[in-house]
Write a protein that binds this ligand. Structure first.
Ligand SMILES: Nc1nc2c(ncn2[C@@H]2O[C@H](COP(=O)(O)OP(=O)(O)OP(=O)(O)O)[C@@H](O)[C@H]2O)c(=O)[nH]1
Ligand SMILES: [Mg+2]
Length: 467
């Protein structure tokens, strides 16, 4: 099945939606796509100067209710003829004042004269179904909209420009060349000359398929944190400076800080950017014995957050000796990735950190002062090193497959390895053909050629309305 064979959910319908976010703004945009887009515009829009409609030209005029003749807003409208548009269909965009009421009224009229309300992602889905972009590029659109760091944005952009698409197409071409030879061998079983030259084929398979597949899978693993981000939990006994650490990382007074132990009782979650990694940082209630009821609930929540954390910052008070509670917390953290943060170093300048390694052999200690900011850069570097496996910051134009792609790449790799084994054992060509086809199908899933409708559905419902 090719992209064109996926059925349009609503063949022939003209769809419309508000494309700008709700709430007052400078301008608001209504987007219409489909065969009736142009006639809907003609019905509702009175240009300031009557002249023939020119594609891709912004025209000033008034939006009027044809039933009553009542003007709704002064607008700029643009008509884009198929196939030179986002969806490859006729597209109209109406720019009005960014009032949600105005937008709703205009959308109401557009629907009344023949459009249907678009579903989330339906414009981009049409761009995909009409072959303007492949599935990896459609996914890149969502990632671009949702990117939280500059690096995430760069990754999305290079995928939108077809970086991953090209790599997958090259892999498929290599497999198709191998398939062609195998098919000849199936068609001419009695040829004297050996059609399949296993040495040559194994070489091609390794160099053009297996090695590049491995590279892409590695990139997906390394890049996952840049796409999805990580969650970091700040843990420690009361009053060691957990909330102060959160505040200094965020560079704002987000959490309440007092000298009274047990200040934080609920979970506080914020986002920050550590060298391009979107980090959800979570401040928790100090964990101790004998806490009263509300605090106890906070402690329970802290333990839950710990379970799903990618990294733990265990904070201790560097101005005093370690306590049994500190050691108990290390026990709770167990084998999870963690960094020991020795806080309040301003009160103990030049403190020797080596003894901490005896107590916490698994954790690398970093001395900081949440109060003065000393050591924070080193802590950020330690966080980055811990979660990126010591890797370099991401280079621009890198090709980083997402989780869905990675699963399909793994499937393609498994099929290629099967093919490799079958070639080595000189198995008959029809068995080889099965493995080649399996590899091709997995790659087809990535770019959307063989993707099932429910997977498509899952991808496009992640979009917002009007995109
Ligand atoms: N001198 C100094 N004091 C600090 C530092 N970090 C925090 N403090 C002080 O330590 C006290 C406790 O800080 P918090 O950030 O509220 O500690 P916490 O770990 O969040 O405490 P709970 O929420 O009660 O568990 C406050 O009086 C802070 O001003 C630091 O680096 N140096
Ligand atoms: Mg606190």
């Amino acid at each position: 099945m090719t992209a064109g064979q996926h059925r349009h959910d609503r063949d022939g319908a003209t769809i419309a939606a508000i494309a700008t976010p709700p709430g007052p703004g400078g301008i608001g945009i209504i987007r219409i796509s489909g065969p009736a887009a142009g006639s809907i515009l003609s019905e509702l829009f009175i240009p300031h100067r009557q002249k023939p409609r020119v594609s891709h030209q912004l025209t000033y005029g008034r939006l009027v209710d044809p039933a009553s003749g009542r003007p709704l807003d002064e607008v700029m409208a643009v008509f884009m003829t198929a196939p030179h548009s986002y969806t490859r269909e006729d597209v109209v965009e109406i720019q009005c004042h960014g009032s949600f009421l105005v937008l709703q009224e205009i959308l109401g009229l557009v629907l009344k004269v023949g459009a249907v309300a678009a579903e989330p992602g339906e414009f981009t889905k049409r761009a995909f179904l009409n072959g303007r972009i492949d599935l990896t590029q459609a996914e890149a659109v969502i990632e671009l909209l949702q990117a939280k760091t500059g690096e995430g944005m760069q990754l999305a952009l290079s995928q939108l420009e077809g970086g991953l698409h090209e790599r997958i197409v090259a892999l498929r071409e290599a497999l198709i060349a191998i398939k062609a030879v195998i098919e000849v061998a199936i068609d001419f079983p009695d040829e004297d000359v050996e059609i399949i030259k296993p040495r040559q084929m194994l070489n091609d398979l390794q160099g053009q398929v297996i090695t590049p597949l491995n590279d892409l899978i590695t990139a997906a693993e390394r890049g996952r944190i840049f796409r999805e981000g990580i969650s970091v939990v700040i843990l420690g006994r009361p009053n060691v400076g957990k909330s102060s650490l959160l505040n200094s990382l965020l560079q704002e007074d987000r959490a309440i800080v007092t000298e009274i132990p047990g200040t934080t009782r609920d979970i506080i979650e914020e986002y920050l950017d550590i060298r391009g990694i979107p980090v959800r940082i979570i401040d928790t209630a100090g964990i101790r014995q004998g806490a009263e009821a509300v605090e106890e609930i906070g402690i329970r929540k802290a333990r839950q957050k710990l379970a799903s954390a990618d990294l733990v910052l265990l904070v201790v008070d560097g101005a005093v000796a370690l306590t049994e509670e500190d050691r108990a917390l290390a026990e709770i953290i167990g084998g999870q990735p963690a960094i020991l943060v020795v806080n309040k170093i301003d009160l103990a300048p030049g403190k020797d950190l080596r003894p901490y390694q005896t107590d916490f052999p698994r954790f690398a200690p970093v001395a900081i002062s949440a109060k003065t900011g000393q050591g924070l850069a080193r802590l950020e570097a330690a966080v980055f090193a811990e979660v990126s496996g010591g890797g370099e910051p991401w280079e621009p134009n890198a090709c980083v497959p997402n989780v869905r792609h990675a699963a399909a790449l793994a499937g393609a790799l498994a099929a290629s390895r099967q093919l490799e084994g079958a070639l080595r054992e000189n198995l008959p060509p029809d068995l080889l053909a099965i493995e080649v086809q399996a590899g091709l199908d997995h790659l087809g899933d990535i770019i959307g050629e063989t993707t099932t409708d429910d997977v498509l559905e899952m991808i496009f419902t992640r979009f917002c309305l009007g995109k």
